[in-house]
Design a protein around this ligand. Structure first.
Ligand code: ADP
Ligand code: F6P
Length: 486
């Protein structure tokens, strides 16, 4: 396999420790095993970002190359356009979108700066693999700079209908840039279908086969690659963590009550307000379960620089307070809402201890937490997954109790059914889901995509001459805090 160069906005720098997010969960095992370069944002904001250049560090076989953003870039590119326009639109929540032309301009300009910074790091033969909605125009910007390498793109979030996408004024330009990639991957066939429709209606592409587009005489391969977890590893972590003092403390604190668990970044797409409404409905109708259950919602704060995320945090705290004060008792707190994260292994132990896993996003590209909940279970006495039918994971985990996350009554009924489910049904459902999560891995996912990318020609015929250095030598001396990368 040629050298892999991953590009993503969020880079899991080893010194920063684990952070919540499916992109890192999916990519890290692949890059750690295959080696390569991981390029993106350092997570820092600096007035001198442009002059500071690239920061290089190494861990194992991975070279991390990151750059800072200025405050204006961070606000326009990341907070306002990527997370204030694309994120809600791609999750079919257009009422949350806040569009301002200057943010779109900053998004394209910042993508151009990422392209300029990446260019000298690239070598002939590199497989460039770009990730997620932060970088829709990047393939086009790299081509414009003479990059002829194979370029792949994977979208971790859903792709909306062409009608919804068209609500973003630069929709056509975004798709045109993306179509400069050779291979474009999606979580589900529905996302792929939506993209093909948008590419034909908004950017003049022609669909010549189910997974093949043609534009300006070039071919673009499309593919479905559902993101995966390492189920065996996660199961082993869960088993170990279940015996740890931290998980033991949680179990003791429950005093024999059944644990209902949610683990999600504090994000409007995760359906947390609706989930709490569903739990409240359950408490109001199923009084027989009072003092016999506790719902623990772990929701690490996310994107607090985006206004709608701050509002959500306040809204959620208020709803949680109301549930506890109005449905609780002096000797019983029905809901624990925690906005801190925790080590992934500890979360695995909590998942194993939970009788019910509540995963009810309004829409989600995949949702790896759903797969992790399945992997964490004790096969002899598994818990029940309640899963939104609008998560990509529902296509593989159809043995879960599938719910419409907008319907509090449906959530309440599913909780009741899950708590009452007999062992045999729990085992039957779990076995079907375990098979689905254990049959693939992040390595299969990543290598499946990269194999397809490796077969693609890059931009040879009629393209701009490859302006790249021979393998092993960067084209231009890199302005870094350490040595050149290899
Ligand atoms: P998203 O990508 O939208 O956040 P996913 O459910 O696909 O949603 O992925 C979330 C991932 O982040 C899961 O792998 C989960 O275990 C992980 N995670 C959640 N909280 C933490 C945390 N505090 N530290 C590290 N990883 C976390
Ligand atoms: O795929 C969802 C995603 O946006 C990833 O790109 C990202 O790593 C994760 O969620 C967390 O979001 P952020 O990087 O904005 O904190």
């Amino acid at each position: 396999m040629n050298r892999i160069v991953v590009v993503s906005n969020r880079v899991p720098l080893p010194e920063k420790g684990a952070q919540a997010g499916g992109l890192a969960t999916a990519l890290q095992p692949l890059l750690e095993r295959e080696g390569g370069v991981w390029f993106g944002w350092s997570g820092s904001i600096s007035a001198k970002a442009a002059e500071e250049g690239t920061r290089i560090s190494h861990a194992g076989r991975v070279t991390y190359a990151t750059m800072a953003l200025t405050k204006a870039e961070h606000d326009g590119y990341y907070a306002n356009f990527a997370n204030g326009v694309l994120w809600p639109l791609f999750h079919s929540l257009p009422e949350m979108m806040r569009y301002d032309r200057s943010d779109a301009e900053t998004y394209f300009a910042t993508n151009a700066r990422f392209a300029d910074t990446l260019l000298p790091l690239l070598q002939d033969g590199d497989l460039v693999w770009v990730h997620d909605y932060h970088f829709l125009p990047l393939a086009g910007l790299l081509r414009a700079r003479g990059v002829a390498n194979p370029i792949g793109f994977f979208l971790h979030i859903p792709f909306p209908s062409a009608e919804l996408l068209a609500l973003a004024p630069p929709a056509g330009k975004l798709i045109a840039g993306l179509l400069q990639a050779d291979v474009i991957g999606f979580q589900t066939s529905a996302d792929l279908g939506n993209f093909a429709a948008a590419a034909t209606t908004l950017a003049g592409a022609r669909q010549i086969a189910a997974e093949l587009l043609e534009i300006d005489g070039r071919r673009v391969r499309l593919g479905v690659f559902p993101a995966e977890i390492d189920a065996e590893d996660f199961a082993a972590d869960a088993l170990r963590a279940a015996r740890s003092p931290t998980v033991e403390r949680l179990r003791r604190s429950l005093g024999g009550q059944c644990l209902i668990l949610g683990v999600d970044r504090l994000d409007p797409t995760k359906g947390l307000v609706q989930r709490l409404a569903g739990y409240r409905r359950f408490l109001e109708t199923e009084t027989g379960w009072h003092r016999r259950v506790t719902f623990l919602q772990i929701a690490p704060v996310s994107r607090q620089d985006v206004a709608s995320y701050q509002t959500l945090r306040a809204e959620l705290s208020q709803a949680a307070g109301e549930i506890n004060s109005e449905c609780g008792d002096p000797d019983w707190t029905p809901l624990r809402l925690i906005t801190k994260g925790g080590p992934r292994a500890t979360l695995a132990g909590y998942m194993r201890a939970a009788r019910v896993g509540l995963v009810t996003p309004l829409r989600d590209g995949m949702n790896l937490v759903a797969k992790e909940y399945v992997a964490a279970q004790d096969p002899r006495d598994p818990g029940v997954l309640v899963l939104s039918r609008f998560a990509g994971a529902a296509r593989q985990l159809d043995a879960a109790l599938l719910v419409n996350p907008n319907d509090p009554d449906a959530i309440a009924e599913a909780i009741t059914r899950a708590l009452a489910m007999d062992l045999r049904e729990r085992q039957t459902r779990w076995r079907a889901m375990w098979q689905a999560v254990a049959e693939s891995s992040p390595l299969d996912w990543g290598l499946g995509f990269l194999r397809l990318l490796q077969q693609s020609p890059g931009k040879r015929a009629g393209g701009i001459a490859p302006a790249l250095a021979p393998r092993g030598k960067p084209l231009i001396p890199i302005h870094t805090s350490s040595n050149a990368i290899n």
